[in-house]
Design a protein around this ligand. Sequence first.
Ligand SMILES: [Zn+2]
Length: 287
Amino acid sequence: MRFFEAHVHYQDRKLVTHWPAIAAELTGIGLVEAVCNGTSPEDWQAVADLSQKHAWIRPAFGLHPWQVGNVGKGWLNELRQLLLSDPRALVGEIGLDLWMLRAARADDPRLTGLNRAPIEIQEAAFVAQFELAVELKRPPTVHGLDAWDRLVQLLKNARLPAHGFLLHGFSGPSEYVARFIDAGAFFSFNGNFLSPRHARIRDIFARLPLERILVETDAPAMPLPESHRKYRLPPAPDGSTPNHPANLEVTYSALAEIRGTSTTALADAIESNFYRLFGGNRDIGNA
Ligand SMILES: [Zn+2]
C-alpha cells in the first residue's frame, strides 16, 4: 500500500525524541510522502532540516493561530523568504481558532505559556498568509477549530488558490461543505475522529466527494481512541500521550470502512488527490 500523510508535525519535540524509530516505522508501513507543517518561526528551521534529510517530507511553513499572539515583528517577510528559497515548500499551518478563546481551559497544558490572540488578530495573520500562498502558488493548509463559519465568511472575499487548499481535521458542520468545495477545499480525515463521540464527523466523511478527501494524523496531536492505537509512543514529559504518526495506516483502513470501500481503492484516490492538491514529483517519494 502507498500511504500519503496530509498533515503532521514531525519536528515536534515529542516526536523528534524518538525520530530514528519513527522514521523506520513510517518507511515500514509504506509512507510515500508527508506534508510536515511548521507552526512559528521557532520551528521552521527544524521542518526545513527534516525535509532536507528525507526527500519524502514536504515542508510547509506557516504561523499557527495558537502562535499568532507570540510572534515578533518581521515574521511574514521571513516566511516569504523561506518559501522562495524552496520551490517544494507549501504554506501551513495557518488558520483560525475560536476553541482556544472560548472552550479551552485556562490551564490546558497544550496552551501553556501562549498568549491567546483575539480573533481579529488571528484573521489578519491568516489573510496575509493565505494571500501569500495564492501569490506564490503554494497550496495552503488551514486549521479552523470551532471557527469554520468565520472561514466561510473570509473565503467569500478572498482570492482563491488555483489548485485548492486543505482544511485539515475538518469537523463540520456539514452545511458548510458545499461552500468549501466550491472554494476549492480538500478535507483531511484524522484518526481522532474514530472516537465514539465523533459520529457526526464520520458521517460527513462518509459522504464527502472521494476526489476531495485526504488522510492525516496531525501527530503528535490528536491521538486515536485506545481501541485503534496500533503504534504507540511513551508518554511525554507533560503527561500527554503523543500520537504515533504510523497510525496513519489504521486511519486509512478505518476511513475505508466508513466509506464502504476497500483500503486499496481509497489509497489510490488519496494518492491522486494528494498530487492534485500539493503538486510535486511522483518520483521523489519514499517508495
Ligand atoms: Zn496541525
